[in-house]
Design a protein around this ligand. Structure first.
Ligand SMILES: [Zn+2]
Length: 143
């Protein structure tokens, strides 16, 4: 999570600071990404989606990220939860909870829905204080 926080701090100005790091089954770093929605004018350019897209080539198992771990500073939204399920990410670790849009236990729980084909391991609230502080700092700077 320290690495994801470091990545989050490189988010383009104007974008909500979120950082994601994708690790292979052997712990090797496959990809990092920040949120770039404003910078790219792309509503799908969330850190998790970009890390999955960048990391999948390095993992070398077609579109699958079986056994990989995605670490992200903020609880994934429904789109990102869907992307990581679709990619068969083995484990999700996230920092701050996101009560408004979080799809991993806050608003809904898309990653642990019953009857799901793929169920990743999920751990939330890791370095929650630091992850939340980074976001709060950003939103305060907008006021
Ligand atoms: Zn998202």
């Amino acid at each position: 999570m320290r690495r994801a926080l470091e990545v989050a701090r490189t988010t383009p100005p104007g974008d909500v600071p979120v950082g994601a790091v994708l690790y292979g089954p052997d712990g090797r770093e496959l990809a990092v990404a920040t949120n770039r929605r404003e910078a790219d004018g792309d509503p799908t350019a969330h850190a998790e989606v970009l890390a999955i897209r960048r990391g999948v080539d390095k993992h070398g198992d077609a579109w699958r990220l079986t056994g990989c771990t995605l670490v992200v500073t903020l609880e994934p939204c429904t789109m990102c939860a869907g992307a990581l399920l679709g990619a068969r990410v083995g484990e999700l670790i996230f920092g701050a909870w996101e009560p408004k849009t979080g799809a991993c236990g806050s608003l809904i729980d898309a990653v642990r829905a019953p009857g799901q084909l793929h169920r990743p391991q999920v751990r939330g609230g890791v370095l929650e204080g630091e992850c939340a502080a980074l976001l709060e700092g950003f939103f305060e700077s907008l006021r």
